[in-house]
Design a protein around this ligand. Sequence first.
Ligand code: HEC
Ligand code: HEC
Length: 342
Amino acid sequence: MKPMFALGLLACAGTAMMSLVPTETTKNEAPAERTPVSELLISLGDSPQKHYIKDIDPKKVALGEEIVLKGNATMADGTRSPKVSEFFVCTDCHNIGPEAPKPLDNDPEVRLRFAMDNNIPYLPGSTFRGIVNRTGWFNGDHIKKYGDLVKPANHDLHNAVQLCSRECSSGRYLEDWELEAVMHYLTTLQLTVGELGLADNEMAQLTNPADKAAAIALVKSRYLDAMPATFLEPLPLEQRAMGLKGDVTKGKFIYENSCMHCHKENGVTKTVFGTGKGQKDATWLASYLPKSNGGSIYYICRKGTSPKKKTPQYMPIYSNEKLTDGQIEDLVAYVSKMAGKP
Ligand code: HEC
Ligand code: HEC
């Protein structure tokens, strides 16, 4: 049985955004599925995060959404604000919805299956869904790419957004109003209680718990507080299966929903994959497989490229969490098949 919705009102509020915040706490009832996780945690006595926004402003949400999806926003006088980046929008590298059945699932095979089932992109950046619930950003090996730049971003979401707006997007820092708008928008993408996959008995433990610290810990145990990132070296030549091992169906999906996300016609890069004039086809890609340079799928997925003055569009590194060596083999199997090999 679903618990009675103590906070049902806010779930029903159609326009949704106005207030995600329960106005009064009702006793003896389990939290509603639509209750934002941050509100539940605060009601259990947890301190709000630094970037916590209590009253979400729909106007700011709309501006922030435009900045994230389109790179700039429509101003009150109808003009467009200057772009954050000439080259990228955030969703070139980040999804905005869930990437796995549960927010704790981070196994790349589970995420790939979920992406295939839901036909969503499979990208090098982490999803913005639940990004405000995390307590750390640019974790793990990102320090290897961005060096000291990540330090201010590791525990401050505002700084993480700014780092990515400028560095990952080959763009600029957001102005205060833009940052605020983006934060209002990201706050609407926060996790809700219903997504955590809590069993009925666990939901009951969240209802007026005697041990609030235990209840907080239970909630926090159901999502990742930081996205791990492991950078790998390109597979050495003798370990490359060259298309003999991978799963072609998965490889096709990765090609179409990861690589082509950027390498399509009129995408972020002039390096277009396809059979048209000036495009790089599967035979071209396959010819580089034994190499250890930028043409080789084995190499470039692990090393990416760096923004250059003339071509600030660069290719991000795929960490092992976003593309495993096995998934690279899947991709290689598909590319080899397209190329009529082996
Ligand atoms: C060209 C690719 C690219 C673009 C464009 C991009 N990002 Fe990122 N971003 C990344 C990668 C790669 C990471 C590190 C991996 C990750 O997300 O966990 C990252 C990380 C982040 C993080 C920290 C995530 C975490 O949980 O550690 C934030 C916040 C972020 N980006 C915000 C933005 C915003 C806002 C924009 C648009 C203004 C943007 N990014 C555009 C590639 C990109
Ligand atoms: C976020 C955008 C993005 C994604 C996703 C992406 N790439 Fe790229 N890739 C680029 C950009 C931009 C360049 C061009 C870099 C340059 O010009 O220096 C590039 C360059 C390359 C090159 C080098 C081409 C050459 O002419 O030497 C290869 C090969 C490549 N990508 C393969 C892939 C594969 C395979 C995938 C999927 C696993 C992929 N890319 C996903 C943006 C992306």
